[in-house]
Design a protein around this ligand. Sequence first.
Ligand code: KIV
Length: 282
Amino acid sequence: MAQKMTAPAVRARKGTDPLVMVTAYDAPGARMADEAGVDLILVGDSLAMVVLGYEDTLQVTTEDMAHHIAAVARAKPRCMVVGDLPWMSYHVSVEDTVRNAAALVRAGAQAVKLEGGAKRVPMVSAIVDAEIPVMGHIGLTPQSVHAMGGFKVQGKSVDAAALLVEDALALEAAGVFSLVLEGVPDEVARMVTAAVSVPTIGIGAGPWCDGQVLVFHDVLGIEDRIVPKFVRRYASLRADGVAALAAFADDVRARRFPSDAESYHLSEDVSRAMGLYGSVSA
Ligand code: KIV
C-alpha cells in the first residue's frame, strides 16, 4: 500500500516531481481525489463559495472548516490533508490562532494553511512551535477581497513583485513547509519559486511553480457559472448531472421508474396468506 503523504515528504519534493493538490470538502470527494493519486487535499475555505453558496470566503468559521475536514479525514485518504484557517481565525491573537489551528488538526488535518506574508510571521511561528505544519498562501489572497478591491491579480509592478519575494522569504524563515502562490504573473511566480527552498504550489500563477492546485468543482465542471482563465476543465459533471436528474424526473412521471427488478417483493407464501397471490404481477 502506498505511504501516507506527509509534510516532510511534500517539502522534499522541491524541484523534483510536480506536486498535485486539489480541494475537497467531503468524504466522496476525498475518495475520488485519493483514487486519482493526487498528493494533497486542501479543505479550502473556498468551501464558502463552492459548496455553501456565499459570495466570498469570509463567511465560513473554524467550526464550518472542522466539520468538512472531519468528513474528508473519515475517507482516510493517502494524500496529505491540509485544512484552511478561515478569516478571523488567525487575526486576533497568537493564542487564538494556535487554538484554531489545533481545532483543525483535531478534526483530521495534518497541516493548516493561512493567507498573508511577513505580517503573519508571529502566527506561523507559533503554530509551527505547536508542531503543526503550516502552508503559506500569498499573492491573490481571497480573504483580503475588500482590501484588494476585488479578486485581482497581484504582484504586477516591480515593487509589488519584490514584496512578494520578501513575503515568501519571511514565511520560509518562519517555517512553512510549502507555499501557495495565487493569481500572480508567471514571471513573478518563477522568481518566488527560485527564491525559496520550500515547494510553491500555484493557482493562476503559471507553469514555473513546484506544483499546481485547482478547485475540485472547477476541474470536474460541477461549477460552470464563472470560468477563470487559469481553470482547465477535465469533465462536465454539472451538465451530465442535470441530464441525469432530468432523465430520472421523466422516468418517474412516465411511471417507468421503478421497474419490477428495482422493487422488493413478498415471498409467495406471505403473498398467498395475504390473499394477494396472483392479484398483482409477480
Ligand atoms: O480555499 C481554497 O480553495 C484555496 C485554493 C484556491 C488555494 O485557498
